[in-house]
Design a protein around this ligand. Structure first.
Ligand SMILES: [Zn+2]
Length: 279
């Protein structure tokens, strides 16, 4: 990685998901090849994780926040989906209406930014959708080693795909589904392994890992269609099953659609290009 080191302040924005996906990916790629930025990112993440750890039991804090949010925006699903990505309520009259919610959030230990700034509202969304802050998923091939695959990378058809993760979430178990969708719209499972058509294998539980950890299997796709290949990870608090994905139409399997379907999940994806198999 030869791209110049970014300003240290970007790492908290990255963790807070305030950056466009493309920029986030290139930052992650940079950090994976730069020990200085990797350390910076790790420190920021562990700080964020400590902040995310509530003083009260997690459920009651989340519920308190959710109740306040519900009063502000009707429709829990819509609210969470939007809160996660665009935070439309992070300012103005709505922020004022959220005052009670902010009070809940200020009870957290050691805020990075002084409470009372407008960013206190952003912390609110982090409390609702904290999974993305504590869990990071990257996809790899043998060719990329520990460097995460980035969008547009051309990958040999016979490549094995692996998943690395970090999990500094402290609020309870987290579970991963990871799959690839090829140019024909076919789903190839990475995690869990989907061996029998009838089985509804559950997500795999991710152990706590403050350092990036590799899931032990590397998966070679079975006769994937060459062309665009989208690798998708869905991290949830409760296990899902492969059928939760397989039962969906291809257009409902986009990262955006999955995020809407499971607003509290952390959905990440990277689109690569699968080369034609060698003759
Ligand atoms: Zn760097």
């Amino acid at each position: 990685m030869t791209s110049p080191c970014p300003e240290p302040s970007v790492w908290s924005r990255l963790i807070d998901r305030q950056l466009p996906e493309e920029m986030a990916q290139s930052l992650r790629a940079h950090a994976s090849g730069c020990s200085r930025c990797q350390a910076e990112l790790r420190d920021t993440e562990s700080l964020a994780a400590r902040i995310a750890a509530p003083l009260e039991p997690a459920a009651s804090t989340d519920e308190a926040v959710a109740r306040v949010m519900l009063r502000v925006r009707p429709g829990p699903a819509e609210r969470r989906a939007q809160a996660r990505w665009s935070r439309p309520w992070a300012g103005g009259a709505v922020a004022a209406a959220l005052a009670a919610g902010i009070a809940v959030l200020v009870l957290r230990p050691m805020p990075v930014r002084p409470p009372g700034e407008e960013t206190a509202t952003a912390r609110g969304s982090a409390a609702v959708a904290s999974l993305g802050r504590g869990v990071g998923i990257t996809f790899h091939t043998a060719g990329t080693g520990t460097t995460p695959l980035t969008s547009g990378a051309v990958v040999p058809a016979e490549s094995g795909f692996g998943v690395r993760y970090r999990n500094v979430d402290t609020r309870g178990p987290v579970y991963l589904l990871a799959f690839a969708q090829d140019a024909r719209g076919e789903v190839h499972w990475l995690y869990p392994a989907h061996l029998s058509e009838d089985a509804n294998e559950p997500s795999v539980r991710l152990e706590a890992a403050s350092e990036p950890r590799v899931l032990e299997e590397v998966v070679v796709l079975e006769e994937p269609a060459p062309g665009p290949l989208r690798l998708v990870s869905v991290v949830t608090r409760a296990p899902l099953g492969v059928k939760d994905i397989e039962s969906l139409a291809a257009e409902a399997r986009t990262p955006e659609a999955l995020q809407q379907r499971w607003p509290e999940a952390s959905v990440e994806s990277v689109s690569v290009v699968l080369a034609e198999p060698r003759p």
